[in-house]
Ligand binder design. Structure first.
Ligand SMILES: Nc1ncnc2c1ncn2[C@@H]1O[C@H](COP(=O)(O)OP(=O)(O)OP(=O)(O)O)[C@@H](O)[C@H]1O
Length: 243
């Protein structure tokens, strides 16, 4: 198993003394080498779950077992160090990176020639690509992506999603992507995990066995597998739920 969560409880303390219980006795396992998408309404706990798996958020109770030696993570905001160049942002995450590997990491996300730029000089789309290149540069066994395409225009969203699909296919690793976007999940994942409720629970797990390269042309059909979850590009569009 790449991720084994059992009996997880997570409570955020509030100033007025009571707590926000995001997870209660929550369990989930994910097999090694799988690409899973975590889908659910805003505020249901997707980012919190990724942070708990990455070990940057403390559990209130239960256990999260992650055998991965190297974890790559891209946050909702690109979170680059503003006073470091693009190349140095990658080198800080992956200190052993050779110049050739650095160039290849940048090229994989169409960032050729951008190594000397500083984050302040980048558009959001470029900054997201750098954050993704950085997450891949560590050669992770486990890649955690939190809304990797949030706030991008549709054309860029699609291009970046296609780039990500290529990179995932090129490297065998376990990937967990948190998203609100059904199409991202249907195009990228081997399995879609629908979360909902408060505290959050797994509402449904949907296995996708269609080869990834055939999914674009079959997207309308794939959307029918999750009729209860509106697609952002299909009819009924937009995010579901609220926080
Ligand atoms: N550091 C924190 N302190 C207090 N409450 C928090 C903290 N982080 C998250 N929460 C709360 O936990 C709940 C889950 O938040 P989380 O960001 O995990 O949801 P999400 O599903 O990722 O939402 P979105 O899709 O909007 O990013 C929300 O009610 C949020 O307000």
């Amino acid at each position: 198993m790449a991720i084994e969560i059992s009996g997880l409880t997570k409570i955020f303390a509030r100033v007025n003394g009571d707590g926000r219980e995001v997870f209660r006795d929550f369990s989930l396992t994910l097999g090694a080498g799988k690409v899973a998408a975590l889908l659910g309404p805003s505020g249901c706990g997707k980012s919190t779950l990724l942070r708990l798996i990455a070990g940057i958020e403390k559990l209130s109770a239960g256990s999260v077992v992650v055998p991965a030696k190297r974890i790559g993570m891209a946050f909702q905001e690109p979170r680059l160090l503003p006073w470091r160049s693009v190349a140095d942002n990658l080198r800080l995450a992956a200190p052993g990176l050779s110049d050739a590997a650095l160039d290849a990491s940048l090229a994989a996300f169409e960032l050729d020639g951008r190594g000397g730029d500083f984050p302040g000089q980048l558009s959001l789309g470029l900054a997201r690509r750098v954050a993704l290149a950085r997450a891949f540069a560590v050669e992770p066994d486990l890649l955690l992506l939190d809304e990797p395409f949030a706030s991008l225009d549709l054309a860029l969203h699609r291009r970046l999603r296609a780039l990500l699909a290529q990179r995932i296919a090129a490297r065998g690793m376990t990937v967990l992507i948190a998203t609100h976007d059904l199409d991202d999940a249907l195009l990228l994942a081997d399995e879609v995990i629908f979360l909902g409720g408060a505290p959050a629970q797994v509402k449904q797990r949907l296995e996708l066995d269609m080869p990834r390269e055939q999914r674009d042309e079959n997207l309308t059909k794939l959307r029918t597998l999750a009729p209860f979850y509106p697609s952002s590009e299909g009819e009924g569009g937009g995010k579901s739920g609220s926080s």
